[in-house]
Design a protein around this ligand. Sequence first.
Ligand SMILES: NC(=O)c1ccc[n+]([C@@H]2O[C@H](COP(=O)([O-])OP(=O)(O)OC[C@H]3O[C@@H](n4cnc5c(N)ncnc54)[C@H](OP(=O)(O)O)[C@@H]3O)[C@@H](O)[C@H]2O)c1
Length: 344
Amino acid sequence: MRICILGATGLVGRETITLIARAWPGATLALFASRDQELTLDGKSYEVLGASRLEAQDAPRGDLAFVALDDDHSKRYVPRLVELGYRVIDKSNTYRADPKVPLVVAGVNSSIVDDSVRLVANPNCTTIPLMLALSPLRREFGLSAVTVSTYQAVSGAGIAALDSFLADARDGFQALDRLGLPFKPSGYAGNTVPHNGGTDESGFSSEERKLIFESRKILSMPELGVSAQCCRVGVAVGHYENAWVTFDRPVDLERVAGILGDPAKSPFVKHLPGAAGEGLSALHCVQDRDLALVGRIRPDHRDRDRKSVCLTVVGDNLRLGAATNAVRAATRWFPSADRDLQAP
Ligand SMILES: NC(=O)c1ccc[n+]([C@@H]2O[C@H](COP(=O)([O-])OP(=O)(O)OC[C@H]3O[C@@H](n4cnc5c(N)ncnc54)[C@H](OP(=O)(O)O)[C@@H]3O)[C@@H](O)[C@H]2O)c1
């Protein structure tokens, strides 16, 4: 089996290399990035080629490709990979809204990936954990409306943003200033900022619009009432989301715990009982990288019909929110040697 990764040197590409060794040990890897270079990862050295080589007439054909590039480069290379015979999982935003391209969360709607599918879009890193938590509850109680507020890690913005955040944090915290004034007011270090890229006339950022649109597409509920407000916080990895969810029917919290605690009903979810949120933090999810941590489930007392709950979902944005979901989606075509990575 020949697998290629585009964007292999980036944050998501590197995680994908590690997961491929678990899912398909023995596969031949072909790695691509902006230019020819060598990548050292976990003490191993890999040859990486410039992606433009894939445009050559004699470019190698293969079985499976993971694309972890920005939108413009995905647009450039995905059609070429399909032409070369690869089945492709694209992690950018480019194909998510395309009605012909399945938008897949493994364990939620991955059964739509069959042999006839050649290209799958991987959803946004906040959408994936939220869908893993809501989809099993929706089956039991019906889903009526979702309001979500996100606290997203800096690594979601890529390796360059993460590295400059780490340097700014190291310098800024060294000053021990009790107001945090050494930090830049619109920077990520020591700060909370709106996720404000691509804000359109609706007033919502592109991140907020993605979460809304993608939830409706994945759940096949085009009319679902969803609203989102997204922030970035000064955290390296781990997206944290607080949601207010209204179901069609009254919710019994014991049944909720039973559903979320059952891997057959709620794949890739780790339910943390109790309202206090013990074990539920951005850094906890980096220790459980391939699961959505779900907890703090309690009634929203504004709703006298007892159909609404508040809950928290946390997921590693590089793994569960990106590389792991992509690998799991591809296991529908090529079964995984590691059962934890196999999509149902
Ligand atoms: N980070 C996350 O949490 C996350 C989560 C979900 C989805 N995603 C999506 O996944 C994609 C990758 O994100 P990332 O965070 O891994 O980005 P990243 O760390 O910034 O890495 C970007 C990758 O793109 C490559 N690249 C840049 N210019 C290129 C060119 N001209 N031709 C070919 N390759 C080029 C880079 O190679 P060089 O090293 O050679 O520059 C690098 O491998 C994005 O679409 C992002 O939105 C990211």
